[in-house]
Design a protein around this ligand. Structure first.
Ligand SMILES: *[C@@H]1O[C@H](CO)[C@@H](O)[C@H](O)[C@H]1NC(C)=O
Ligand SMILES: *[C@@H]1O[C@H](CO)[C@@H](O)[C@H](O)[C@H]1NC(C)=O
Length: 191
């Protein structure tokens, strides 16, 4: 009997392990900026999107989640030149539903800003670099503007990091719950 219980918990453990493993292998959905909404950066933290995009290691299959009130904002994917010039004309992709998911389907660089005139100029813009599957990135085609690695505002700016890890651990927690539910279900089936 004791043996049976042992092997059951071992079994549950491996189910849980497999699910946790999968949640690490599976793709991430990144909430852009880790803010409550995609919008004009506050004057206290104007480079929030530039700092935020340096942190995650984006890979093909991940997605970027832009959340905002659709009446107030939008997301456009633009070319590098349009990004630098804040040119909102002829975007590559235009999204304004307030729950915009950009699915990263290839390596390279991607440039986004708001489709609302004036917002790009306040640095509501995001550029990300997605690694090739061999792990190499595209060489930077121009120096990122005004991004000192050791800025005095570093700690405040990176106040967003705990939010990232908490959202990641939330994923682990939910897969643990999933594993537990699955485990109970399996136990019920076994019994
Ligand atoms: C990304 O994928 C989601 C879910 O598959 C889909 O709803 C969404 O429209 C996609 N986004 C784009 C820009 O195609
Ligand atoms: C990785 O793949 C890309 C695209 O196929 C290629 O341009 C690059 O040279 C590769 N890098 C290495 C280190 O193999």
């Amino acid at each position: 009997m004791a043996n049976l219980r042992f092997s059951r918990s071992q079994f549950l453990c491996s189910v849980q392990f497999l699910i946790l493993l999968q949640s690490n292998v599976f793709c991430y959905e990144y909430k852009v900026g880790d803010l409550h909404a995609w919008g004009k950066p506050s004057s206290a933290n104007p480079l929030i999107y530039s700092y935020w995009s340096k942190y995650p290691q984006f890979t093909v299959g991940d997605s970027l989640f832009f959340l905002y009130p659709p009446s107030q904002d939008s997301v456009i994917q633009v070319t590098e030149q349009a990004f630098n010039e804040c040119n909102l004309k002829d975007p590559i992709l235009y999204m304004d539903d307030g729950n915009s998911l950009f699915n990263i389907s290839s390596p390279g660089r991607f440039y986004f800003t708001s489709g609302v005139p004036g917002h790009c100029e306040t640095s509501q813009k995001l550029q990300i670099s997605v690694l090739f599957t061999n792990g190499s990135a595209l060489p930077p085609s121009y120096a990122p503007t005004a991004l000192p690695d050791t800025s005095p505002s570093y700690p405040t700016t990176f106040g967003s990091i705990p939010a990232v890890s908490s959202s990641l651990s939330l994923q682990s927690i939910s897969s643990t719950i999933l594993a537990a539910v699955l485990g109970v279900t399996i136990l019920m089936i076994i019994n």
